[in-house]
Design a protein around this ligand. Sequence first.
Ligand code: ADP
Ligand code: MG
Length: 342
Amino acid sequence: MNGQAFTVHAPGRVNLIGDHTDYAGGLALPCAIDLGISISGTHEQGRVELSSDALADTVTFDLDPAVNIALIEPQWGRYVAAVAVEVNAAQGFTASATSTLPTGAGLSSSAALEIAVALSFGFSGSPMELALLGQRAELRAVGVPCGLLDQLSIVFGRAENAMVIDFADNAIEYVAFPNDLDIVILHSGQERQLADSEYAERRASCELAAKQIGPLAQASLTDVATLEGDLQRRARHVATECERVRNAATALRNNDPITVGDLMTQSHASLRDDFNVSTSVLDELVERLNTLSGVYGARLTGAGFGGCVVALCERGAINEPAALTGRGWIVRPSDGARQRAI
Ligand code: ADP
Ligand code: MG
């Protein structure tokens, strides 16, 4: 309704383990977090005006299904315009976004923005439709052929729970996150530009490998050994990462953080050595975290190429994460995106 006030919120997410597995039909163990993007404003027929405290310049455009998204400036407005097209929005809004999520850091600010914007347009389909819409908008906005990890975590998050997602059929199983553990996130200081990164190349390699040996999530190391060079290493990462996710989920259910932490650190090594998406700064951070008492394990989180590392810690082991790299957070597993008319 024109003039109707609204406020929506979409959390970011942290992936505890299972990166570069979603688009390969594999497994991941993420949770939504208590950092995110909120949008408040009023509905307005036919146009969008959105400011953001995270980035300069207001996004303004008239709603038009034939809009040329590549021409929208500032660039972050392309996510907004892509969501408008996907929602087929007739009603827009004048609103402002406030964010506690770092952008371009592997905590999924782009998907949080997509989902918050879709809710701002009054999206009213099912949660699964909302997640799929966000994924399509990401491709439309910046050409990143992302998997569904970010959008599913953000839409289906549940307070105090991590979630095991099986991307073969997008089934989600919740796992209670133990009270006596902390999730610590440290920003490496390296901002990542996913659209410019080698993400699409990695995905294409996984698809090529799967053509030769079948779905990588189920591939055995014997299957993987039949591949050559880089393809073999990429496939080995996906196959072993899915196994690590299965084992980490079991260990989390059994309240065995030592095993979860070991698997996280092994995951980092696999992302570094087989998938080649780490950086020396991320490697050093993981090593440093692993020397601290009360840290069970650490790894880069998200697509890599910079961004954040995540550590599983004994409660209170790291009291001031920001003191370590300048930017850091202790986060709790949180509820998914929500919408509220006011
Ligand atoms: P990530 O999703 O890991 O944070 P991406 O590179 O996928 O990193 O997305 C970051 C981009 O998303 C930013 O460059 C910006 O275009 C957009 N974005 C994220 N958060 C905001 C925000 N609060 N306001 C405006 N744009 C945002
Ligand atoms: Mg993103």
